[in-house]
Design a protein around this ligand. Structure first.
Ligand SMILES: Cc1cc2nc3c(=O)[nH]c(=O)nc-3n(C[C@H](O)[C@H](O)[C@H](O)COP(=O)(O)O)c2cc1C
Length: 267
C-alpha cells in the first residue's frame, strides 16, 4: 500500500455495489494482507469473511468482513487502527467498503462471527465493487451526516495547548499526516479527533460527542484508532519516523475530552 494521501482522498463509504463477486485474485490478496495487519497496542484481532450477509443500508453485495477480539482495555482504538488498514488496502484494490457499527442486525453478525462471551465484534463492512450510481437511500444517508464535509484543519489541530490553533501552513512536514486524519471516516461523521503538537510529539485526544457513550464498544474510540492509523502510515510514507507512546502530557483539557495516545516523531 502506498500513496496514503491518494487512498484517503479517494475513499468514501460505499453502500451501493454492482453485484459482481470479488475476483479470486482480489480475495486472495485481501486474505494475505489481513494476515499482516498489526496494531500499536499489540492486541490480537481475528478477521473473518462472511458470505451471504446483509444490512439495511447496503445493496449489491452479500459478502462482508467482520473482526473480533477479546474484551480488553484499548480494544476500540486497536480495532479502529487495524480495520482501517483493511479498508485502505481494499481501496487500493478498487474494492468498496463502509464501516458499519450500528445499522445492522448485530446478533446475526455476532453469530456468524462465532463470538464467545469474552469477545467483541465492534464493526463489520461489506466488500464488493462500487456501483456507478449510488442508491437513493445512500444519497440521503450521506446528506444526513454531511458525509462530504470535514472540520477545517485549524479546528482540530493545536500547538502546545488547546488555546493555540495550528494552521495547515504552519504544520510543515506534519501537514499530510494530519490532513489524512482530518479526512478520515468516523461514526456519524463526528470527527472526534483533536491533535496537539508539542515539540516532537503529536498528542491525540478524543472530543466526546453528546449522545455517544463509551461502552464496551465505543464508536468514537474506534474513530480515534482510525486517526492513529492515518497519521502513522502517512508519516511513514513521508519519511517521518514515529514512536507510539501512551503518556498523557500535562495539557489542560475540557471535561468532554479524553487523552488517547501520542506519537513521538523525528522529521
Ligand atoms: C466507527 C464507524 C461506524 C460507522 N457505522 C456506520 C453504520 O452503522 N452505518 C452506516 O451506514 N455508516 C456507518 N459509518 C460510516 C460513516 O457514516 C461515514 O464514514 C461518514 O459519514 C463519512 O463518510 P465517508 O466515509 O463517505 O467519508 C461508520 C463509520 C465509522 C468510522
Amino acid at each position: 500500500m502506498d500513496n496514503m494521501e491518494k487512498l484517503v482522498r479517494e475513499r468514501r463509504s460505499v453502500r451501493t455495489f454492482d453485484g459482481r463477486e470479488l475476483t479470486a485474485e482480489d480475495k486472495e490478496k485481501l486474505c494475505n494482507y489481513i494476515a499482516s495487519i498489526d496494531n500499536p497496542y499489540g492486541l490480537p484481532i481475528e478477521f473473518k469473511l462472511l458470505p451471504q450477509m446483509g444490512c439495511p443500508v447496503v445493496v449489491g453485495t452479500e459478502l462482508y468482513i467482520g473482526a473480533k477480539m477479546k474484551y480488553t482495555p484499548h480494544l476500540n482504538e486497536a480495532f479502529g487502527y487495524a480495520f482501517e488498514k483493511l479498508v485502505l488496502y481494499a481501496q487500493s484494490l478498487g474494492i468498496g467498503t463502509v464501516w458499519v457499527g450500528g445499522t445492522m442486525d448485530r446478533g446475526a453478525f455476532e453469530k456468524a462471527m462465532e463470538l464467545s462471551e469474552d469477545e467483541v465484534m465492534p464493526c463489520v463492512s461489506p466488500l464488493g465493487y462500487p456501483a456507478n450510481k449510488m442508491s437513493v437511500r445512500e444519497k440521503m444517508m450521506r446528506k444526513g451526516v454531511k458525509a462530504d464535509s470535514r472540520f477545517p484543519f485549524e479546528e482540530i489541530t493545536f500547538r502546545n495547548s488547546f488555546d493555540t490553533p495550528l494552521t495547515a501552513d504552519a504544520a510543515g512536514k506534519l501537514f499530510l499526516p494530519i490532513e489524512t486524519v482530518r479526512l478520515a471516516p468516523s461514526a456519524v461523521n463526528k470527527q472526534p479527533w483533536r491533535i496537539v503538537v508539542a515539540d516532537d510529539v503529536a498528542h491525540f485526544y478524543m472530543q466526546r460527542s453528546k449522545n455517544f457513550n463509551g461502552g464496551r464498544i465505543d464508536m468514537q474510540k474506534i474513530d480515534m484508532g482510525i486517526a492513529l492509523c492515518h497519521f502513522e502510515l502517512t508519516a511513514k510514507e513521508q519519511g517521518i519516523s514515529t514512536e507510539f507512546v501512551f503518556e498523557e502530557p500535562n495539557i489542560p483539557k475540557k471535561d468532554d475530552m479524553e487523552y488517547i495516545a501520542s506519537y513521538k516523531f523525528k522529521i
